[in-house]
Ligand binder design. Structure first.
Ligand code: ZN
Length: 479
């Protein structure tokens, strides 16, 4: 196994990964703001952090992973007030959609799913600590963080602080890099909108204080890893560092990892360009969850991902190729014995796979190791050179690949059905398929080709493809 190297945004370098406690990883991921459906750009980041956690688990680390739902911010409070409902009621639908989407993309649940609105007391006490250390000042009912007092401000995002005016404030949680300013920790209540009555006054939390308070509650004052999309590095993560380190005097995070942007057909995704997609938009077009996960995972996270429909089609075929290979290993009969050459080939593939992922999660390199082996093993099978002795090690390698990539199980149809897609044609269950396949086999055995063809057509009409193998068996798969 290779030493794990990760890129740290803070140092700008690739570093050897050493967690604080051997064998354990404390990791925080900024989750979605649940005021709308998350889009595929968001899911690029969530799939990246899922690949990261799954790889660390495969390497034997015990994860303590926290992901938050930002269920309070200016947009949510304003939208809920407009709709005349409570915040929890307003966000519930989008929170549930997010959980469903994660399940559909095989994104594992972190050890802690938490909501910002359940942690107001922790935020208040963190702000009180900052008040005690004079990092804050009040203005018009709000409380601001004085960034000129924090000497490390800007080190993560390399924001240029020359010319920053002391005391220039910003109330908007999301602002441009050119305007580094004192930001609101606590915001004065607005007429007709939700607020909390607390020891620091009436109001609501700023976005940045939420993550500092929640991360430290579950993971302690210093985290091993903090992940997010690159657009969060400034101002959000910069402000998280300023808040947390000013309060504790300790480093907040050892490894900051950021996923690059996603483009759609070479352009920035935007609603006005008509290239803005949620998962559901793509499922409605007939694409499969496994293909989407594969497409999002296959480009290394620090490279910009150009999402295209051609690419999604290729991802569909790639997943199919892997599933077919797994099915060949399981179903075909190979000559007894073992081939030293193929045994060595499988070992090399496993080593290259680990080497790729250990190299700052180079998923492209890891996948190349898998597909090279699949190609060579398929050729060996076609020539009758693959031996029974290599079935087990090959399947074991595929299993460890799938612990990270999670695309081999053909559960696409049922997942889509659960989301309300493809309900009409996805109705045929595995047991019924097996029964029809067996009927067709016996029809062929008695040379009743009309019956055999009729069953093949029926299955095809219901979305099932049959493949007759050389040894007289049949494989089936969903279209
Ligand atoms: Zn955050």
């Amino acid at each position: 196994m290779h030493e794990i190297h990760l890129h740290n945004t803070l140092s700008g370098k690739i570093e050897t990964f050493v967690p604080q406690k051997p064998g354990q990883v404390g990791m925080y991921t900024c989750g979605p703001t649940v005021y709308d459906y998350a889009h595929i750009g968001n899911y690029r980041t969530f799939v990246f952090q899922d690949i990261l956690r799954r790889f660390l688990k495969l390497r034997g680390f015990q994860m303590n992973h926290v992901m938050n739902l930002t269920d309070v911010d200016d947009r949510i409070i304003a939208n809920a007030a407009k709709a005349g409902v409570g915040i929890r009621e307003y966000t519930e639908k989008y929170a549930q959609a997010f959980f469903d989407d994660c399940k559909t993309l095989n994104i594992e649940s972190p050890e802690h799913w938490i909501r910002a609105t359940d942690h107001i007391p922790e935020m208040v006490s963190l702000i009180q600590k900052l008040q005690a250390e004079s990092y804050t000042y009040p203005s018009e009912g709000s409380i601001y963080y004085r960034i000129t007092k924090f000497k490390d401000y800007g080190k993560l995002s390399k924001v240029d602080l020359t010319g920053i005016q002391a005391g220039a404030r910003v109330d908007n949680d999301r602002y441009e890099k050119e305007s580094a300013r004192d930001f609101a920790l606590w915001k004065a209540p607005k007429e007709g909108e939700h607020f909390w009555q607390t020891a620091i006054g009436a109001g609501r939390p700023g976005w940045h204080i939420e993550c500092s308070a929640m991360a430290m509650k579950y993971l302690g004052e210093t985290l091993d890893i903090h992940t997010g999309g690159i657009d969060l590095a400034f101002p959000h993560h910069e402000n998280e560092i300023a808040q947390s380190q000013a309060a504790t005097g300790k480093p907040f995070v050892h490894y900051w990892m950021h996923a690059e942007h996603l483009l759609v057909e070479g352009e920035k995704m935007s609603k006005s360009l008509g290239n803005f997609f949620t998962l559901r938009d793509l499922f409605a077009k007939g694409y499969k969850p496994s293909a989407l996960r594969f497409a999002l995972a296959s480009v290394p996270y620090r490279r910009q991902l150009n999402f295209t429909f051609d690419g999604l089609q290729q991802a569909t075929s790639s997943v199919e190729r892997l599933r077919n290979f797994a099915a060949r290993l399981k179903n075909e009969k190979f000559a007894a014995g073992s081939s030293a050459e193929m045994a060595a080939r499988i070992k090399t593939a496993a080593d290259d796979f680990d080497g790729g992922l250990s190299d700052d999660l180079n998923t492209a390199q890891a996948l190349a190791a898998v597909f090279d082996l699949v190609r060579e093993a398929n050729i060996a099978m076609d020539k009758g050179e693959f031996r029974q002795g290599e079935v087990k090690p090959a399947l074991a390698f595929l299993a460890s690949f799938d612990k990270v990539f999670a695309v081999l199980d053909d559960t696409d149809a049922e997942k889509l059905k659960a989301l309300g897609f493809g309900a009409d044609d996805a109705g045929i269950g595995d047991a019924e398929i097996e029964k029809l396949v067996a009927e067709r086999q016996s029809a062929r055995a008695r040379r009743d080709f009309a019956a055999s063809d009729r069953i093949r057509k029926e299955l095809s009409d219901r979305g099932i493809i049959l493949e007759d193998t050389k040894d007289g068996n049949v494989r089936w798969k969903r279209k």
